[in-house]
Write a protein that binds this ligand. Structure first.
Ligand code: PMP
Length: 404
């Protein structure tokens, strides 16, 4: 008997969840596994944020909240965009959802006609593609190789826009590559889009605060004010404030787009949890020193991993500009033989080998539509990362026939 509708047929289960599941199963078998698969900060939510949730519960904020978000949280979002991003949005140009993920779902559900194309810069957060597929859209991956810094170029963009193009999805700092655009590079992409009025831009800025080497974050809509009405700025508290479990994300854009997204959300989930919204508002409005200290820790770990990878033959990693991942090139391992005589033919083989031989769980680049790479998360202590890098180095040194 089959239960799943044909709509789900093209959608694969989340691969990073699969990697974590494999890591858990290996642990259950008694194997010593370091899980660098999942993308969530290893820090705890700061106490003042938890306290705000507690107080909201005690005040009785326990009823259905408005679908588009509580007034307090939407005001906090409006203030945040003004203060941090020089962006003016009104209260009805903002929606609060169950994580940035639901903002994405709402946006695509609200706008995509069957066959509409969504441009994705590969490597990209795999969920983008799956959501588009569920909704009958056509994901169009644009290869942004390591040699181009994993960045989309204006010429590339110009060459792929068709009458069917509905969205360009930009995500910086990027999951999984950590790539960050310069202001000039963003403006140049914006100039290409100026002539294509049907194309909307989804700027996923969820890693905005995890930015290294003194870079200053600039929102797409602030750099391209002429496109602000066609841009949905997406953000959330999961990464910056170590609040993945609270499930609060938000989006800002044209009021008609937000109204359509609110209509979608009203049919799926209603408003996001009132208590989590109170906590998220406290996160945005409150002291930001923990955000900065999380960022410094991620930068030190980035440095550690880059230095360690540089000493492992066959692997490459240019320093990511932000986020908490290392997208490690493994072209040099393809074709090599494991001690058991198996040949590593692609990055899925490489991650399977690392899990088995090194006890390190990582996500293959194929999940992000760019190979051969594997992604490790740096949301782990320096001690754990050093241990993981020791193990990877040992497993690689056991291979025969590295190509570089
Ligand atoms: N966008 C990107 C690029 C992400 O990496 C994630 C989380 N992995 C999300 C959106 C979703 O975040 P959340 O739903 O937790 O807000």
């Amino acid at each position: 008997m089959s239960f799943a509708s044909s709509r789900l047929a093209p959608v694969k289960p989340s691969a990073s969840a699969w990697v974590s599941q494999a890591a858990k199963e290996a642990r259950a078998r008694g194997e010593d596994v370091i899980d660098l698969g999942l993308g969530e900060p290893d820090f705890d939510t700061p106490d003042h944020i938890k306290e705000a949730a507690h107080q909201a519960a005690l005040r009785g904020e326990t009823k259905y909240p408005p679908t588009n978000g509580t007034l307090v949280m939407r005001q906090a979002v409006v203030d945040k965009f003004k203060r941090e991003n020089a962006l003016d949005y009104a209260l009805d140009e903002v929606i609060v959802s169950n994580g940035a993920k639901q903002v994405l779902f709402n946006a695509f559900m609200a706008t995509l006609e069957p066959g509409d194309e969504v441009l994705l810069c590969a490597p990209y957060f795999g969920q983008y593609k799956d959501i588009v597929l569920i909704l009958g859209g056509v994901p169009v991956p644009l290869e942004c190789p390591a040699e181009a810094g994993f960045l989309l170029t204006p010429d590339q963009l110009q060459g792929v826009i068709t009458p069917k193009t509905r969205w360009l999805l930009l995500n910086q700092p990027s999951n999984p590559s950590g790539a960050v655009y310069s202001d000039a590079e963003i403006t140049a992409l914006g100039e290409v889009l100026a002539d294509h009025e049907r194309v909307l831009v989804l700027s996923d800025e969820i890693y905005e605060h995890i930015l290294f080497d003194g870079r200053v974050f600039r929102s797409f809509a602030a750099l391209c004010p002429g496109l602000k009405d066609r841009t949905l700025t997406v953000n959330g508290v999961s990464k910056a404030y170590a609040m993945t479990g609270w499930r609060i994300g938000y989006g800002a854009g044209h009021k008609e787009l937000i109204a359509a997204m609110t209509k979608v959300q009203s049919q799926i989930s209603s408003g996001a949890c009132s208590i989590a919204q109170a906590a998220a508002a406290a996160a945005l409005d409150g002291p930001q020193d923990e955000v900065r200290s999380f960022c410094r820790a991620f930068e030190a770990r980035r440095d550690l991993v880059v230095a360690r990878v540089a000493r492992i033959p066959g692997l490459t990693l240019a320093a990511p500009g932000g986020a908490f991942y290392g997208l490690i090139g493994c072209a040099g391992l393809i074709g090599a033989k494991t001690p058991l005589g198996e040949t590593l033919t692609n990055d899925t083989d490489v991650t399977a080998y690392l899990l088995k031989a090194a006890g390190v769980a990582a996500v293959p680049g194929s999940v992000y539509d760019l190979s051969p790479f594997f992604r490790i998360s740096t949301a782990a202590s320096e001690e754990v990362l050093n241990d993981a890098m020791d193990r990877i180095a040992r497993a690689v040194s056991d291979l025969k026939g590295l190509t570089s």
